[in-house]
Ligand binder design. Structure first.
Ligand SMILES: [Fe+2]
Ligand SMILES: [Fe+2]
Length: 229
């Protein structure tokens, strides 16, 4: 059985309560930290122009695709029993479970709800959206937890990390492809029919902490490694 073990990054007596936990449910401690992360994101207000929002969503997809490629590269290294950059994987999953899950997907949910309201005939198959967004969030947290366990010095099977990484990457890639080839075109149809603005006064969203105008300190390491520019 092939396992990965990294030197513990935390001193003895640190938060080792999660080490060795392989339950399907994301541990409460990780979830609490995740919620705090979201609260700490810098705020901004959503643009009311649907075409602008669509442009931001497409840019988010490009950014996520770039990070997924890094994740898959490291996952391939793990599978081949080569040295993998777990710090990079940790930072990528920190970002992925933060910005896309807390901002990108809720923003999409808002715009899809608008589409369903004004052009119900364009809303066929929308139940899959909720299912996909939930699956992406759950799979992302599971992978993030795998990597945090490794970083804390726990034993984790190689095949578990590789499976969870590829599962997550495939789900997210398939979902984005569906949006690009189908759902976003339905939104463009809504724009063409004259529905160009959303009521967003009470809809604050958060700025992208890596690819946005201001890099957040906690993502400086990721920013340097991926060479954003
Ligand atoms: Fe989506
Ligand atoms: Fe999306």
């Amino acid at each position: 059985m092939s396992q990965i073990r990294c030197a513990p990054r935390h001193p003895a007596g640190g938060d080792f309560g999660r080490v060795g936990v392989f339950a399907d449910v994301i541990p409460a401690a990780a979830d609490a930290g995740f919620r705090k992360d979201i609260r700490d994101l810098k705020g901004q207000h959503m643009d009311s122009n649907v075409a602008s929002i669509l442009g931001e969503l497409r840019q988010d997809h490009k950014n996520m695709t770039r990070l997924l490629s890094l994740l898959e590269r490291e996952s391939n290294r793990i599978e081949a029993e080569q040295a993998a950059d777990f710090e990079l994987m940790q930072d990528v999953m920190h970002y992925m479970t933060l910005y896309p899950d807390a901002v990108h997907h809720p923003k999409e949910d808002r715009i899809y709800a608008e589409l369903k309201k004004v052009r119900p005939e364009l809303a066929a198959g929308f139940s899959r959206i909720t299912h996909d967004h939930r699956a992406i969030a759950e799979q992302g947290l599971r992978l993030r937890n795998d990597i945090e366990l490794i970083q804390a010095g726990a034993m984790v099977k190689r095949k578990t990390v590789v499976r969870d990484a590829l599962h997550y990457a495939n789900t997210l890639r398939n979902h984005m492809q569906w949006e690009e080839l189908d759902l976003f075109r339905r939104i463009e149809e809504m724009i063409r029919s004259g529905h160009k603005k959303l009521e967003t006064d009470d809809f604050p969203v958060a700025a992208d902490p890596v690819f946005g105008a201001r890099l957040e300190r906690r993502f400086e390491r990721l920013f340097k490694k991926i060479g954003v520019g």
